[in-house]
Design a binder for this molecule. Structure first.
Ligand SMILES: Cc1cc2nc3c(=O)[nH]c(=O)nc-3n(C[C@H](O)[C@H](O)[C@H](O)COP(=O)(O)OP(=O)(O)OC[C@H]3O[C@@H](n4cnc5c(N)ncnc54)[C@H](O)[C@@H]3O)c2cc1C
Ligand code: FES
Length: 243
């Protein structure tokens, strides 16, 4: 785990309100797929957690983020040669299992699945990526998964790209029967994934410390216990936490 300045190499819009930022940082060499970094956005006290999208080399990684509020808007206004303070990598990422895998991503839950796909493909595993978006303007990532050698299914709620409906509808329509899924996206999507399949889900929560100290990101387990998204997660087994 490291903390320090990272140089922005690029920060480009890739879809509606969605940006890809490439950063030079030694954190890259420690990242496991599904982990995140805490980004110190200039002018804000609390850091913003963002998943690592790709490890490009041992000193370079990329993030994909959506502008949803003031912090991410400020982030979108930074530019190449600016520096950001990064802390990470943090959390427990996705397991790299010795089996073929189905990845399910919704919106800005898609980015951590790209590095995950790259790791499974490196092991020669077959990867099917099922990507869900509200509409075609919000969609990204399809070509990147294809370039890694994955099968890709895209679903949009309005039918403007790919299958019309949810990721679950698209999986069923394609006749896929996944043995294990790895999923990241909004809670309603994760709830549907956990009701239908076994595997691992990556959760989002409001965070403060990011290292398990403040209990600001606690989620409940089915037996009434609690787990911290930042330290015990963000990746949990399906059924391990209440959604
Ligand atoms: C482990 C983890 C990984 C994440 N990875 C990504 C990623 O790869 N790409 C990405 O775009 N976003 C990611 N997020 C969500 C991201 O951290 C928030 O969108 C961001 O912090 C919002 O900051 P803001 O100042 O722009 O918004 P704010 O003004 O703070 O909030 C705007 C809206 O976003 C909601 N929000 C704020 N923070 C979070 C949060 N942590 N989780 C869920 N909703 C939130 C608020 O409830 C509010 O509705 C991740 C979150 C976690 C916990
Ligand atoms: S953010 Fe502090 S314990 Fe998770």
């Amino acid at each position: 785990m490291k903390n320090g300045p990272a140089e922005i190499l690029s920060n480009e819009r890739i879809a509606e309100d969605t940006y890809e930022m490439i950063l030079r940082t030694g954190i890259a060499r420690e990242v496991r797929c599904g982990q995140f970094v805490q980004v110190q956005v200039p002018g804000y006290f609390l850091r913003r957690p963002i998943s690592v999208h790709r490890v490009l080399d041992e000193n370079t990684l990329s993030l994909i983020y959506k502008v949803v509020g003031d912090g991410t808007r400020t982030l979108s206004q930074t530019a190449a040669e600016d520096f950001l303070d990064l802390f990470g990598p943090l959390g427990n990422g996705f397991p790299v299992l010795d089996e073929d895998i189905v990845l399910i991503g919704g919106g800005v839950g898609v980015p951590p699945l790209v590095e995950t796909a790259a790791q499974y493909r490196r092991l020669g595993r077959q990867v099917t990526a099922v990507l869900g978006f509200n509409n075609s303007s919000a969609a990204f990532g399809e070509e990147e998964f294809r370039s890694l050698g994955c099968d890709v299914i895209v679903a949009t709620m309005d039918g403007s790209l790919g299958y019309k409906g949810t990721v679950i509808d698209a999986i069923q329509a394609a006749g896929l029967v996944p043995a294990t899924v790895l999923a990241c996206g909004p809670v309603p999507m994760l709830r549907a994934v956990a009701e239908n399949y076994r595997g691992y889900i990556s959760l989002e929560a409001r965070m403060a410390c990011g290292i398990g100290a403040c209990m600001g990101c606690v989620v409940k387990t089915p037996d009434g216990g609690s787990l911290r998204v930042c330290k015990d997660g963000p990746v949990f087994r399906t059924g391990e936490v209440q959604l």
